[in-house]
Write a protein of this length. Structure first.
Length: 309
């Protein structure tokens, strides 16, 4: 059985989607909630004292880096047609093994595999391959209120686009994500975006167009099956197309039953060959297994060589 659910407004933190599922299906959804990094009392006091200064410094530093960087694929202003590709279900345990082998975060493994897959697709179609692209993350609120609230924050950084997923690139991405955890630019961007929303629409679109090439959301994966009208939901594919936000690529990661699906949507004006673009799903899977097998080769694990295909 296939069920298609259309959402009028995509709530990017995943937690609000869980609330929506409960409202519609009247079924409890046990979705892991994010938590703040554990810090000592002294560190919390110090960070609180520095917050007024760090918010402006970190946000200004990020804005300068973003606007001085490449503006590749950020000129999409109207809703257009797009292609969508996605992976087969990827066992979360496999990604966790790669994470543990290389000593990085779970999200870093997914991003590194997407980076390698993008490089391969661009090379296949003869597209210019940039050194990196601007990305925006949706960051859920650890103190998510009850009900269907969209309390998502955004943080912005760069994703290096490199041939093949390498441990070096994986570490680079992981270190960058670790830096973002200590940055106050997420709060700064939240305030900035609210201020921009008060301006005329055309002015707001012009200011936001350089923020990101791709928007990425990663939802926690349910360990058990979901349910809809008392029917087990064993697989979920979540997609959304590029809109008038200025970006040309949307990447969503979610899943149930311990398996994750990664979907990538791209504006048709960016890649003309649909068949070549559809390879990005298998490419992502191959990149994850490439990192896994590299870990085995370097003696980081004792499992046998695996193949998702």
């Amino acid at each position: 059985m296939l069920a298609i659910v259309l959402l009028h407004h995509y709530l990017g933190n995943g937690l609000s989607i869980a609330e929506l599922m409960q409202k519609v299906a009247t079924t409890p959804v046990n979705l892991p909630r994010p938590s703040l990094p554990a810090r000592s009392r002294g560190m919390r006091i110090l960070l609180t004292a520095l917050m007024p200064i760090r918010i402006f410094y970190d946000t200004a530093d990020s804005l300068i880096e973003n606007y001085c960087g490449t503006h590749l694929w950020t000129k999409i202003r109207k809703i257009k047609k797009y292609y969508t590709a996605f992976t087969n279900p990827i066992p979360v345990e496999v990604t966790k093994k790669v994470k543990n082998m290389h000593g990085v975060s779970f999200l870093s493994v997914s991003l590194a595999s997407i980076s390698g897959a993008m490089h391969r697709v661009m090379t296949d179609v003869g597209h210019h391959v940039p050194e990196r692209i601007k990305i925006a993350f949706t960051i859920p609120n650890p103190k998510q209120p009850e009900g269907m609230y969209n309390t998502t924050f955004f943080t912005f950084t760069f994703l290096p686009i490199e041939k093949n997923s390498t441990p070096e690139n994986l570490k680079r991405i992981s270190n960058k994500l670790a830096e973002l955890k200590l940055s106050f630019d997420t709060l700064g961007y939240g305030l900035l975006i609210k201020c921009i929303s008060l301006l005329p629409i055309r002015v707001g679109r012009f200011l936001k167009r350089g923020f990101a090439t791709a928007v990425i959301s990663s939802f926690p994966v349910l360990e058990e099956n979901g349910q809809l009208d008392n029917i087990d939901v064993t697989d979920v594919i979540s997609t959304i197309g590029p809109c008038n936000s200025g970006c040309g690529i949307i990447v969503l990661m979610c899943g149930v039953a311990g398996n994750q699906r990664i979907s990538v949507s791209i504006d048709k004006s960016l890649i003309a060959n649909e068949q070549q673009f559809l390879k990005i799903g298998p490419y992502i899977e191959e990149e994850i297994m490439h990192l896994y097998n590299l870990g085995l080769k370097d003696g980081m694990g004792s499992d046998k060589k695996l193949d998702l295909c």
